[in-house]
Design a protein around this ligand. Structure first.
Ligand code: ZN
Length: 127
């Protein structure tokens, strides 16, 4: 990989080893069962800060949902772009996305207002 592939825009790194020309260079798969979620180049890389519930919640006493901040996503405008995707639960105007095969999630969220989906890079595997 050469330095020229890395693009700086407004001081924000908008390219990494998984992103080429602003889209996913590799296939996006479920971390747990390997089910294919997105084909190459079908998601647009975006940086935005968002709280997502952890995939594995600590079980026990207070059943309070634990979140983590995620700031790298693939933006998918049309649900039908996904090869495989499921929904877990709905919070406010968001539906959380999960693996259609093994229900692992949330791997991202679906915005019911804009009908756009966002998949967290940290929650999926690239292949
Ligand atoms: Zn899966």
């Amino acid at each position: 990989m050469s330095d020229s592939e890395s693009v700086e825009k407004n001081g924000i790194e908008v390219s990494n080893e998984y992103v080429e020309n602003g889209t996913n260079k590799l296939i996006v798969k479920c971390k747990f069962c390997g089910s294919k979620m997105l084909d190459k180049k079908s998601g647009t890389f975006v940086k935005q800060e968002k709280d997502l519930p952890l995939m594995q919640q600590e079980t026990g006493k207070d059943a309070e949902v634990q979140n983590e901040k995620v700031n790298e996503f693939y933006h998918v405008e049309n649900m039908y772009t996904f090869e495989n995707i499921g929904f877990t639960h709905t919070v406010d105007n968001y539906k959380y996305l999960s693996c259609a095969d093994c229900d692992a999630g949330p791997v991202g969220y679906y915005d019911m207002n804009t009908k756009h989906s966002f998949v967290a890079l940290s929650r999926i595997n690239h292949a």
